[in-house]
Design a protein around this ligand. Structure first.
Ligand code: CTP
Ligand code: CA
Length: 232
């Protein structure tokens, strides 16, 4: 027996992990971004490697050091992320979409820095939807039996719990499992500890709490279980 996480459960498997948060350029010096640090995704890449997998990590603006024993592809925008994911899924047995992907990007990229106007009018930024990468790779599987895992940070509202939103999202995206983070007033982003619920297509819910590294080991074990029960 090795240390926790060194299970060999993914030996011989190819795992693709996306991590971090995309940035959508607005002009040559500005972008629309999000608060994802990449901690959870990087922890997942490390845990998958420790479990014996060959790991490709697609990192979008990582705020933490990636492991050195994985293949690292660095991207900035959701478009670059999509291109990198679409090419890397061809050889992946498992895909874990931990990256926070922009839902919208500025419709146009200003060629010059946006300046304050002389007449005092405020600029209006027009946004357009980005493609849903997770839904795309889940609907058109690059390989039969590929295991695809999504992430969702949810708050719930007056009529729906976070878990209900997560179940609906799992069905809508068509992935095999969805990792739910309940977001309460700034928790999760950049933090070392986290609490997740993993929802699978059979309706089962598994829970894990602890450091992002502990949770990553749990998630890798869960994914290995799904992969083992799937013919790859
Ligand atoms: N995702 C993606 N492409 C996008 C947006 C999200 O692949 N354009 C992926 C994320 O990496 C994550 C999952 O989809 O694994 C869920 O992201 P989330 O933002 O919760 O889902 P959305 O469909 O964007 O829903 P919402 O309107 O709640 O933001
Ligand atoms: Ca979103």
């Amino acid at each position: 027996q090795g240390r926790a996480g060194e299970s060999g459960a993914l030996t011989g498997r190819r795992v693709l992990v996306t991590a971090g948060g995309t940035r959508e350029p607005l002009d040559p010096v500005r972008y629309l971004g999000n608060r994802s640090s990449g901690k959870q995704g990087v922890a997942l890449a490390r845990a998958a490697r420790a479990a014996g997998a060959d790991v490709t990590l697609i990192g979008a603006n990582l705020q933490v050091e990636p492991p050195t024993d994985v293949d690292l592809i660095t991207v900035e925008t959701s478009e670059e992320l999509r291109d990198a994911v679409l090419s890397a899924t061809a050889t992946a047995d498992v895909v874990i979409m931990a990256a926070a992907v922009a839902d919208f990007r500025p419709r146009s990229l200003a060629a010059h820095k946006i300046k304050k106007s002389e007449d005092g009018t405020d600029p209006v930024i027009e946004l357009t939807r980005t493609p849903d990468i997770l839904a795309e790779i889940s609907t058109h599987r690059a390989r039969p039996g590929q295991v695809i895992v999504g992430f969702a940070a949810e708050t719930g509202d007056a009529t729906h719990t976070p878990l209900e939103f997560a179940r609906a999202k799992l069905a809508r995206k068509g992935c095999d499992a969805l990792v739910l983070n309940e977001v309460t007033a700034g928790a999760v982003f950049g933090q070392d500890s986290t609490a997740v619920q993993v929802v699978t297509r059979d309706g089962e819910v598994a829970e894990a709490t602890g450091s992002k590294d502990d949770v990553a080991v749990f998630l890798v074990d869960t994914v290995a279980g799904i992969a083992a029960s799937t013919v790859i």
